[in-house]
Design a protein around this ligand. Structure first.
Ligand SMILES: C[S@@+](CC[C@H](N)C(=O)[O-])C[C@H]1O[C@@H](n2cnc3c(N)ncnc32)[C@H](O)[C@@H]1O
Length: 225
């Protein structure tokens, strides 16, 4: 039987991503999340980030939440969260394959899909959403940020030719997230993510985003029905 994307990714590629990406700031999408929600709302909430990378968003969110847990396939990423936990006790982490069912450390008010679903097949995306529903508290939210495309695109991953990269359209997300209400949507330009971090807030519309979808990235907040 063909190995699933997640299985292949977690074996080697997850740690390689950690080693390749050394930047140290949280991203504009996570900052935007703390702008969308009232700060007083987040303060007593349990949040999880799926696909944590270097843990920079986790560290940032530990200032805003009761508990922030990171889930990732990279042992190095999880070891890094354990190190952060020594000075930030509201941080925890667990190594998982996000494309398979797994049990969480606790249940959550907000689960963030942090720019990794492009590495999951459509079947694995379905498993992820079903698993996340089990891990969400009543009225819980999923916040997702990832590539966005007008058409459904699958192409070979430049880092590993056994893997595919998926760029999906909004119809796909709305269909897969049909048990959720879409509460917030924003289109971003993937080539300007660092530039956005210099803005006073992440709310302002980028009126210069090109009509061509090559650099489109989106963030969406979904609330469980
Ligand atoms: C592009 S990084 C994003 C990191 C962070 N959320 C950010 O935006 O800076 C994607 C992360 O997802 C993890 N990842 C990708 N596919 C995975 C899978 N199937 N299971 C577990 N982790 C996975 C990678 O190891 C990596 O840490």
């Amino acid at each position: 039987m063909m190995k699933k994307q997640g299985e292949i990714y977690v074996k080697n590629d997850a740690d390689k991503w950690f080693e390749r990406n050394m930047y140290s700031n949280h991203n504009c999408f996570t900052e935007h999340l703390t702008d969308i929600f009232p700060k007083s709302f987040l303060r007593n909430k349990n949040i999880a980030e799926f696909g944590v990378g270097r843990g920079n968003n986790i560290l940032f969110l530990s200032n805003y939440s009761k508990q922030i847990d990171g889930y990732d396939g990279s042992s190095k990423a999880i070891a890094h969260l354990e190190k952060l936990k020594e000075s930030r006790p509201n941080i925890d982490g667990m190594k998982v394959n996000l494309g398979e069912e797994f049990g969480g450390l606790r249940t959550y008010d907000v689960i963030i899909f942090g720019f990794f679903t492009y590495m999951l097949s459509n079947e694995e995306f379905k498993v992820l959403v079903e698993n996340s529903k089990k891990l969400l508290n009543k009225n819980g939210y999923i916040y997702i940020y990832d590539f966005l495309s007008e058409t459904m695109i699958e192409k070979m991953d430049s880092h590993n030719d056994k893997l595919k990269v998926f760029k999906r359209n909004m119809d796909f997300y709305l269909d897969e997230m049909k048990d959720f209400y879409l509460q917030h949507f924003k289109l971003w330009d993937n080539s300007k993510l660092n530039e956005y971090m210099n803005k006073d807030n992440q709310h302002t519309l980028d009126v210069f985003i090109e009509s061509d979808d090559y650099n489109w990235t989106f963030s969406s907040l979904f609330k469980l029905k």
